[in-house]
Design a protein around this ligand. Sequence first.
Ligand code: NAP
Length: 278
Amino acid sequence: MTTVTVLGLGPMGHALAAAFTAADHPTTVWNRTPGKENGLDAAVAATTAEAITASPLVIVCVRDYAVARSILDTDALKGRTLVNLSGGSPEQARAMATWAADHGIDYLDGVIMATTDAIGGPDAALFFSGPADVYETHRSTLAALGENSLHVGDSPGRAAAFDASLQDMLWTSMSGVIHMLALAKAEGIAAADIAAHAKALLGFFPAMIDLLAGQVATANYSGDAGTLHATAATMDHILDAIRAQNLDNGVLAAARAEVQRAIDAGHGEDGFARLAAR
Ligand SMILES: NC(=O)c1ccc[n+]([C@@H]2O[C@H](COP(=O)([O-])OP(=O)(O)OC[C@H]3O[C@@H](n4cnc5c(N)ncnc54)[C@H](OP(=O)(O)O)[C@@H]3O)[C@@H](O)[C@H]2O)c1
């Protein structure tokens, strides 16, 4: 079994190290603050250099890229493979890949689409980008982290770009969910009463994603299923309802402003997909 090093034992780093040990990979760990290795069947290194030289494959999972850079020992890493699972932007991932290449380090950038309790199981998805041959060398070891590990391309920023795009959807959608609960509450509807209807409504989303993705891919912004003029009118009456309850309307107002910009540019008879055009 390949020996693995994990740098960073926050909740996620700890979960990653636990998954490697559960899959019988001899594991060495390091964390800035000692004592975070509780419950792990792993060797504990005193320095990052000591941890790095213990393994051909080094995983770093700390707060962000700046922290990752600050703890990595380039001399120790030379000739090894570094997999960065710290969260960051595509731009940061590309810069990190250049930095790694400059220091003779094989580099994969990864993102984790899972919570800590899912790591190592069937629900954990991880995306990796960077040289395909480097991924192939370590594919079976990285599979210990989740059954849905995927190489999404050679370009180092691609995994982070998937992550940013998907989380863009996630957090605007989560804002919608929480705002729905606030408006319903203000109107005297119990959270439990509206939750079931919300889930039923969201059942249409997969088909909607397919429709919009098809239109964006072909630059066909047909308004046959509903125009931006009609969308604007719907958003306006919902905004009225939100304002009548003195609730924050920032998220929907921003969406409404986007629709208005497209209408002002002459696209009012197009559909919602028009908003993805640049
Ligand atoms: N938690 C999740 O569900 C989840 C999901 C997907 C992705 N991620 C990503 O995984 C990464 C780690 O997340 P996390 O949940 O483990 O918690 P976190 O709070 O983001 O990171 C904690 C880790 O960063 C280290 N750290 C922070 N500042 C440091 C510094 N200046 N120098 C050295 N080490 C430093 C901590 O060391 P100390 O213990 O010494 O403070 C600890 O090991 C993040 O980038 C996050 O975006 C997390």
